[in-house]
Design a protein around this ligand. Structure first.
Ligand SMILES: NC(=O)c1ccc[n+]([C@@H]2O[C@H](COP(=O)([O-])OP(=O)(O)OC[C@H]3O[C@@H](n4cnc5c(N)ncnc54)[C@H](OP(=O)(O)O)[C@@H]3O)[C@@H](O)[C@H]2O)c1
Length: 251
């Protein structure tokens, strides 16, 4: 048991559910935020679940007051995307995307830092995406929210200097989430190929600047999160790229 407290956003499914569940398994006392009710959340029962909508300024402003104590580790993972099938996103949708993906982590971190006792170290890890490097017509709103998050994270790291806290970024490439894995399995079956072959093809076409042959797996994300959290104050301002990007960034 670590006896330490972690606070993770976006834990009802996907990567957030995995990270929160792993932390709880490793002895952390974890509180996690998701939008849906607890009954339909996929996170471990060992995680204290808080149902909250991070697009609401009122909710964001009230979160620290709901915590028993300032956590030792905060993971900003929650994300929302405009529905591509719905066509051009309404301004409201764009604002919600910005709020959940960029403004909520920024505001919440500032509130936590203000409430943190001086002698307590707090590590804040912001999950970002390599999509910030290559937006297209479909991904521009999401990518812009993540690019804003990246810049705000720099501001948070500067604010953290000499405060016994660290704000770092875990920059991820395409994850092996359940939807992608199922889609690949379906296509592989239809074409009589292996899922590994289809994944390689998919990545070469969808992300030609990446040099990986497989999706980033959730366990690698967890190991990277632990690494950042365990580095301590030296991780402040750090960017850890687990995104398969290298060829496009040599220069
Ligand atoms: N998936 C990828 O390939 C990929 C690639 C690079 C980086 N990333 C980054 O990795 C992180 C996790 O991505 P993911 O694909 O695992 O996400 P996901 O499966 O779509 O899950 C998103 C989580 O955020 C929560 N959420 C969304 N809107 C919310 C709101 N208004 N209030 C509170 N919670 C809200 C969702 O809760 P509900 O479902 O309950 O609404 C859910 O728990 C994100 O930061 C993402 O940018 C992902």
């Amino acid at each position: 048991m670590t006896g330490k407290r972690a606070f993770v956003t976006g834990v009802s499914k996907g990567l957030g559910a995995h990270l929160a569940s792993c932390l709880a398994k490793d002895g952390w006392q974890v509180t996690g935020v998701g939008r849906r009710p607890r009954e339909s959340a996929e996170v471990s029962a060992a995680v204290d679940y808080l149902q909250a909508d991070l697009s609401s300024a009122e909710v964001i402003g009230g979160l620290v007051a709901k915590m028993d104590a300032v956590p030792d580790l905060v993971v900003h993972n929650a994300v929302t995307y405009p529905d591509r099938a719905a066509g051009r996103p309404e301004l409201d949708t764009i604002e919600t995307t910005m709020r959940v993906n960029a403004l909520a982590p920024y505001e919440l971190t500032l509130d936590l830092l203000a409430a943190k006792p001086d002698d307590q170290f707090c590590s804040v890890v912001v999950i970002n995406s390599e999509s910030v490097y290559h937006a297209d017509a479909d991904s521009a709103v999401y990518a812009a929210s993540k690019a804003a998050l990246r810049v705000l994270t720099g501001g948070l790291a500067a604010a953290c200097r000499s405060t016994n806290a660290a704000v770092s970024t875990l920059m991820l490439g395409p994850l092996g989430d359940a939807n992608k894995v199922e889609e690949i399995r379906r296509i592989a079956e239809k074409r009589g190929a292996t899922p590994a072959e289809i994944t390689r093809l998919f990545l070469r076409r969808s992300n030609p600047d990446l040099v990986i042959d497989d999706f980033i797996d959730f366990d690698a994300c967890y190991l990277s999160l632990r690494y950042l959290a365990e580095l301590g104050a030296v991780a402040n301002g750090m960017l850890c790229r687990l995104d398969g990007g290298s060829a496009g960034t040599l220069v």
